[in-house]
Design a protein around this ligand. Structure first.
Ligand code: URP
Ligand code: ZN
Ligand code: ZN
Length: 477
């Protein structure tokens, strides 16, 4: 199968030019002006942007949490991602405490195989790492899982102590893999939750009030300090506020090998959402919580100054009815997480590029190239270059839509609300190719479950990769 995309404006993190793109099989074969190569299909992309498919390095499909499971399966969630212009996700496999990480990986393979609409990879959530399990990290890397997530939050469930975090980081630094950190002081947060509930504060808003920014900043500071001593790169996930950004900036300035992502919800939504009437605030119970509005401009600045390098979604949807309801009388029982995998590209295009906060190349970098690079998959993913996977989005920069749960053009996620209900955007995904195959054709899904494959991701490829490699020859002790 060959496809010729003609007359588009091809934009990557580095380039911006009028060109045709010829795809043969799964890969980009030729990029040039006025190509006349014979093709099975010709797509006219005049007045459209031709972008590398989005890479969302933080999603949770079918994730067990608080007695339920996130409501998007690998089938529904990846299809919704495709509609929104994302062609690769990195989801999270989970190690059961006391069990092997390899078993955890097998369980996630079983959930995703044959179901995904787009390519996927896994980070491994490590919940405990006694000395005898440390070599499993290398085995995971050999299986194509080259990053791990450890939690400073959720005591008794996912939290890892500082010794475990250090062990994991040190090994990752030696192997050339990467630890992602959920940075929050979960132990103190649990005390605040206990006090709030004892005082009768049970509503969703107390989720935010018991997770102050200072405790996210403390977690970030600690994660960065441990990484510094372990001489390993670290990636802070879902950074939500100015306090944590300040810690990141300070650490980067003193030479810590630190990367961080933020998410559309922290750039565009704020804590006032918890005041929505009745139990509606539960829609925004996610961790970290939404912050006071003034943090948003600080995060945009962090993206511009490159202290923040990635915009992911942390897509982890739970239906308001039946699932969020589990915490109607106790906010600490509301499953944590919100939807967004479908909305990221348009939201960031509109509020970033259209609003003059970031340019088009930076948009591609934040949503595609940087996550592909950091997690070891560039230039196979994250760009349009000869030889790269033909994961391509044809994006109409003039199309105006209002995001709504009730508009079938903007909502394919398996969840009964939109976190961005009523948000107007200019700029929308029209057609999507995943490894050369058209999966969304002018807004219609034409793919099938199983089009997406598990992709073995490579070693850590961020800015500090050469340093990490030299650490391999020069261990700390
Ligand atoms: O609320 C969230 N973010 N749920 C997903 C789990 C996590 O911490 O990323
Ligand atoms: Zn997290
Ligand atoms: Zn998450």
């Amino acid at each position: 199968m060959s496809v010729l995309i003609k007359n588009g404006r091809v934009v990557t993190a580095a380039d911006d030019c009028r060109a045709d793109v010829f795809i043969e099989g799964e890969r980009v074969a030729v990029i040039g002006r006025d190509l006349t190569l014979p093709a099975d299909r010709i797509i006219d992309a005049a007045r459209r942007l031709v972008l590398p498919g989005g890479v969302d390095p933080h999603t949770h499909m079918e994730m067990p949490f608080g007695g339920t499971e996130s409501s998007d399966t690998f089938e529904t969630g990846t299809r919704a991602a495709a509609f929104g212009g994302t062609t690769s996700i990195i989801d999270f496999a989970i190690q059961d405490r006391g069990a092997s990480t390899i078993e955890g990986l097998d369980a996630w393979h079983a959930k995703a195989a044959g179901r995904a609409a787009i390519d996927y990879a896994f980070h491994m959530i490590i919940t405990d790492l006694p000395g005898h399990r440390v070599p499993e990290m290398r085995r995971l890397a050999d299986e194509g899982v080259t990053s791990y997530k450890l939690f400073m939050a959720y005591p008794g469930a996912l939290l890892s102590d500082d010794g475990t975090i250090f062990r994991a980081m040190r090994r990752a630094g030696e192997d050339g893999t990467l630890v992602c950190m959920h940075a929050e002081n979960g132990v103190v947060i649990d005390e605040l939750i206990r006090i709030a509930l004892a005082e009768g504060h049970v509503g969703p808003k107390y989720h935010a009030l018991t997770r102050p920014t200072r405790l996210e900043a403390e977690g970030a500071h600690r994660a960065l300090a441990i990484a510094e001593v372990a001489r390993a790169p670290v990636y802070i996930v879902h950074l939500s506020c100015h306090d944590a950004l300040t810690e990141l900036r300070r650490a980067q300035e003193r030479g810590v090998m630190a990367h961080a992502e933020t998410c559309p919800q922290y750039l565009l939504l704020d804590a006032a959402a918890y005041d929505e009437p009745g139990f509606e605030g539960a829609k925004y119970v996610m961790t970290p919580p939404l912050r006071e509005k003034w943090n948003q401009e600080q995060l945009w600045r962090g993206l511009r100054s490159r202290h923040l390098e990635v915009i992911s979604t942390d897509h982890c949807p739970f239906c308001l009815r039946d699932q969020k309801e589990l915490g109607r009388d106790d906010f600490s029982r509301i499953p944590n997480g919100g939807p967004g995998v479908e909305n990221r590209m348009s939201l960031i295009y509109h509020h970033g590029v259209n609003a003059g906060r970031i340019d088009l190349n930076r948009f591609v970098e934040l949503t595609s190239a940087a996550p592909a690079r950091i997690f070891g998959m560039f230039p196979r993913k994250g760009t349009i270059a000869v030889g790269s996977d033909a994961d391509i989005v044809i994006f109409d920069p003039e199309r105006e839509l209002t995001i709504s749960r009730s508009d079938p053009r903007t909502h394919h996620m398996n969840v009964d609300y939109s976190a961005y209900e009523g948000f107007q955007v200019r700029g929308y995904t029209e057609t999507v190719l995943s490894r050369g195959r058209v999966v969304v054709d002018d807004g219609e899904y034409v793919g099938s479950p199983g089009d997406g494959q598990f992709i073995r991701w490579g070693p850590y490829g961020g800015a500090y990769a050469p340093l990490a490699a030299s650490l391999r020859q020069e261990p700390y002790f």
